[in-house]
Write a protein that binds this ligand. Structure first.
Ligand code: 5AD
Ligand code: SF4
Length: 488
């Protein structure tokens, strides 16, 4: 079936359809892998395809269009895509047996990195589209009706200028917490990382466009905005007065939008933590007390080999400065174990740094050599068993710290932004200021708003709380950003 063919076939004896009848809506299934940029991109792809007649479904079997929005960061992530494509091929064949067409799109960073190789490895694929070109999806789908297409260009035009904004109803369906891309790409060239190759050079979106997006979201009921970018704190741009500004100023401007009660940002590079951003953690009440700041390693020689361009002392200094600005801040990080040349002493330096900093949460990985990156060709590659043993020890320490952080929250009173129903009847779930999942017994009518909660217990992956009863007041205050500070 041609996906862009809007005939519905009708049924036997069905009345002739008037020429102006609405085309049959089609089903879109998007599966995202990897980082938050991909989660956001998946939503924007759905927004681009909505006017083309596609509604999202959570069931791949019923999809006319399947999009795999892929991640290339580690070998495992890439292999997952090809194994998923095997399943998609079977599904496409089964649907074809029922006379149904299925178009298969591979988007994201694997698409960018592998391009036409994907078509060669998996014949079921119709479109390969890189992250800079998904605004062209409607044209690419039309072209793919004739032959499979690949678009991995880095176009000069700003894709954001070509992307439809979601309708208020779509925004509401996605919940009260939304992402806004403010920056894309990376010029840092850490020696283990494919991102500079797949996502291209660092580009900041203009402040006015970011604020327009944020305003639209807030008007539709979004209460929490997370500013995202591969190197979000490298964002820079001109403010309304033409003054060169960094992320700290952008956060302040987003926080000032009526209805925005919370602002977050991710993910950051230590070298871009400037004074204005650190100060914002103290001055901007709506900026939530959580910072994800990847360090990767605690060893200076490994940091140098990784081309991180800072040492462990600099990281410790930033942590001290951020904690001075916002004493209750929760810190999070990324770690890689088993980078080429990592000795036992280098690994111990990472453990030592973790022990000193105390992280509330973290992501940690075994080093995965990525073709085309300098690390893949370095001497001193570490064997899998050593990587696994180190990862195990590192994760045990990080998990201990996570549990201790969560335990320290029990007894606190804080605002929770409720996002959805909980797993059990009568429960609702949301996030604390420190990005912990919190469940309470409470009415579904609170979903979409902030309410005051006393944290009463800790589970393995979330906290349990009790509504304090000061919710009406909470909502009123949250609606007035100037008083957002009361919500710490
Ligand atoms: N191997 C392992 N982990 C990696 N990361 C990036 N590239 C690699 C790699 N080749 C991790 C880093 C980064 C996070 C997003 O993924 O820790 O911060
Ligand atoms: Fe990759 Fe380093 Fe850029 Fe982060 S800063 S995206 S780890 S190259």
């Amino acid at each position: 079936m041609d996906l862009l063919d809007d005939t519905d076939g009708g049924g036997e004896g069905a009345p002739a359809r008037p020429a102006e009848a609405a085309p049959r809506r089609k089903k879109l299934f998007v599966k995202s892998y990897g980082c938050q940029m991909n989660v956001y991109d998946a939503q924007r792809m759905a927004d681009v395809l909505a006017p083309e007649g596609f509604d999202e479904t959570a069931r791949m079997e019923e999809a006319d269009l399947v999009v795999l929005n892929t991640c290339h960061i580690r070998e495992r992530a890439t292999e997952k895509v090809f194994s998923e494509l095997g399943k998609v091929r079977e599904l496409k064949a089964a649907r074809a047996g029922e006379g149904l067409g299925t178009t298969v799109v591979v988007a994201g960073c694997v698409a960018q990195a592998e391009g036409a190789e994907i078509l060669r490895r998996q014949k079921a694929v119709d479109v390969v589209v890189g992250p800079q070109s998904y605004h062209r999806l409607p044209e690419l789908l039309a072209e793919s009706a004739r032959a499979p297409v690949v678009d991995t260009e880095f176009p000069l035009e700003d894709k954001f200028d070509h992307l439809a904004q979601p309708s208020p109803a779509r925004t509401q369906a996605r919940g009260p917490s939304a992402f806004v891309t403010v920056q894309e790409g990376c010029d840092k060239f850490c020696s283990f990382c494919v991102v500079p190759y797949t996502r291209g050079a660092e580009v900041s979106r203009p402040m006015a466009k970011v604020l327009a997006d944020a305003r639209g979201l807030a008007q539709a009921g979004v209460r929490e905005i997370t500013l995202i970018g591969q190197n979000v704190n490298a964002w820079h741009g001109l403010d309304a007065n033409g003054v060169e500004s960094s992320l700290g100023a952008l956060i302040g401007a987003v926080a000032a939008i009526p209805g925005v009660a919370r602002v977050r940002y991710t993910t950051s590079h230590p070298n871009e933590m400037d004074a204005a951003l650190i100060a914002a953690h103290g001055d901007c009440a709506a900026l939530m007390p959580f910072l994800h700041l990847p360090v990767q390693s605690g060893s200076d020689s490994i940091l140098a080999a990784m081309n991180r361009r800072h040492d462990a002392a600099r990281y410790r200094q930033i942590v001290r400065a951020v904690r001075a600005a916002r004493p209750d801040i929760a810190l999070s990080s990324d770690f890689i174990v088993g980078f080429p040349g990592e000795s036992e002493a280098d690994f111990e330096a990472t453990m030592q740094l973790i022990g000193e900093v105390n992280f509330a949460s973290a992501f940690s990985f075994k080093y995965s050599p990525r073709p085309g990156t300098p690390g893949a060709d370095m001497d001193g590659q570490i064997d899998e068993a050593t990587k696994s043993a180190r990862l195990h020890r590192l994760q045990a320490l990080l998990e201990e710290q996570r549990q201790a952080f969560n335990a320290a929250t029990v007894g606190k009173i804080c605002a929770v932004l409720f996002e959805k129903r909980g797993r059990h009847a009568g429960q609702i779930a949301g996030k604390s200021p420190w990005l912990q999942a919190v469940h309470v017994d409470g009415p579904a009518s609170l979903i979409g708003s902030l309410a005051e909660v006393e944290i009463v217990a800790q589970g393995p992956n979330s906290l349990f709380g009790r509504l304090t009863g000061r919710n009406a007041q909470a909502q009123a205050r949250a609606a007035a950003p100037a008083e957002g500070g009361a919500w710490r």
